[in-house]
Ligand binder design. Structure first.
Ligand SMILES: NC(=O)c1ccc[n+]([C@@H]2O[C@H](COP(=O)([O-])OP(=O)(O)OC[C@H]3O[C@@H](n4cnc5c(N)ncnc54)[C@H](O)[C@@H]3O)[C@@H](O)[C@H]2O)c1
Ligand SMILES: O=c1ccn([C@@H]2O[C@H](COP(=O)(O)OP(=O)(O)O[C@H]3O[C@H](CO)[C@@H](O)[C@H](O)[C@H]3O)[C@@H](O)[C@H]2O)c(=O)[nH]1
Length: 339
């Protein structure tokens, strides 16, 4: 079967392409390289011994997308392509709505006219906002997200539910918690772009001396050590969930399926716990200072991922320290490419 993977050279997409190729799917990638680099394609080939087909263009260009569907018998799509910087989305909301929603609709139009099913969407735990109860399961009520980015994820989910209902198609909405880590080969990982916004990339750059100190945004939260708590999920575990969600859609005898899964470990870790685990895992020091809270941050979010375990037979079981070790190895790889 041939799967279109949009954003397949990005962080989560590239890891998922590896898992798809290892599971004998044919892969067609469309990625405009707006947040990724071409060498990732070679690295995917080095890891798997297989070469995915790659088209470098912007999915907003309908006529090019149309040609891809003409050229390949597409059996499903995993749609990673999106802008994802929460802060930036507040400054450029129109760019976020345009990129994250128009691209989605363009692909779905092709699915509609060509009668294709099996669509997987990258959603986020951000759709829950600050939930009233932890852990968060799929029936936890959604709140209005703080950012335009978060709103594109909620809207994307609604678009897909309507699409599945109206056209009798199979879709899976995957709500990721906080993905971290890199491929064990150290050939795939998250590419740092400017000053990292996310915790683990910032910790990594602090450990390697690129940043002087980590700013911990607040230690006065109502948590055990006062720092905010998240559910950090290893990216390879996350990638595997996509293959399992896809296989479930493909093998379902139903005409219409709307699956929704939380993808997390079920365990919350505070910012300080992540810093300490990083130091232990990699034998490095991470200097930090405590600062004021970051605007828009929630106190705590961790998943109840039992539904994914029950229905997909999937569980994120890589320990935090192991995931953090791969991050450090990826950093070393990136540094070796620079010299
Ligand atoms: N990383 C996270 O913390 C996280 C958490 C929850 C959800 N998500 C979602 O998961 C998906 C993948 O995230 P990621 O961390 O791998 O991001 P990423 O930026 O590394 O990957 C996205 C890829 O899509 C490409 N892209 C963006 N717009 C495009 C367009 N118009 N046409 C073609 N290609 C385009 C980029 O070049 C990039 O390679 C995104 O939808 C993101 O919103 C990410
Ligand atoms: O330099 C830093 C960076 C982060 N943090 C804290 O670390 C925690 C995690 O922050 P971050 O890594 O930025 O993740 P989130 O704010 O939880 O958001 C991420 O995870 C969400 C759920 O997947 C996604 O929707 C977002 O796109 C993604 O940025 C938060 O308490 C931050 O305040 C710091 O203290 N210092």
């Amino acid at each position: 079967m041939t799967i279109l993977v949009t954003g397949g050279l990005g962080y989560i997409g590239s890891h998922t392409v590896v898992e798809l190729l290892n599971s004998n799917f044919e892969v067609v990638i469309v990625d405009d390289l707006s947040n990724s680099e071409r060498f990732i394609l070679n690295n995917i080939e080095e890891i798997t011994g297989k070469k995915p087909i790659f088209y470098p263009f912007d999915l907003k260009r309908k006529e090019l997308l149309n040609q891809v569907f003409d050229a390949h018998q597409i059996d499903g799509c995993i749609n990673f392509a999106a802008y994802k910087a929460v802060g930036e989305s507040q400054e450029k909301p129109l760019d976020y709505y345009e990129n994250n929603l128009f691209t989605l609709i363009n692909i779905l139009q092709e699915f509609k006219v060509r009668n294709i099913s099996n669509f997987i969407f990258s959603s986020s735990c951000t759709v829950y906002g600050q939930a009233d109860v932890q852990p968060i399961d799929e029936s936890t009520p959604m709140k209005t997200p703080e950012s335009s980015y978060g709103k594109t994820k909620q809207m994307g989910e609604e678009i897909l539910k309507d699409f599945a209902e109206a056209h009798h198609r199979k879709v899976s909405l995957l709500r990721y918690f906080n993905p971290i880590g890199a491929h064990p080969s150290a050939k795939l990982g998250e590419l740092p772009l400017g000053i990292p916004n996310n915790l683990v990339p910032y910790v990594t750059q602090t450990a390697s001396g690129i940043r002087e100190k980590l700013n911990i945004w607040g230690n006065d939260y109502p948590t055990e050590d006062g720092t905010a708590v998240r559910d950090y999920i290893y990216v390879v575990d996350l990638a595997k969930a996509h293959v399992q969600a896809l296989q479930k859609l493909i093998s379902s005898g139903e005409e219409k399926v709307i699956d929704i899964y939380n993808l997390g470990t079920g365990k919350g870790s505070s910012v300080l716990e992540v810093v300490q685990a990083y130091e232990r895992a990699n034998g490095v020091e991470v200097p930090y200072q405590i600062c004021d809270r970051r605007a828009g941050d929630i106190t705590i979010a961790y998943a109840n991922a039992n539904k994914a375990e029950r229905e997909l037979g999937w569980k994120a079981d890589t320990p935090l320290e192991e995931a953090l070790r791969t991050t450090w190895q990826w950093q070393k790889y990136l540094e070796s490419r620079e010299v």
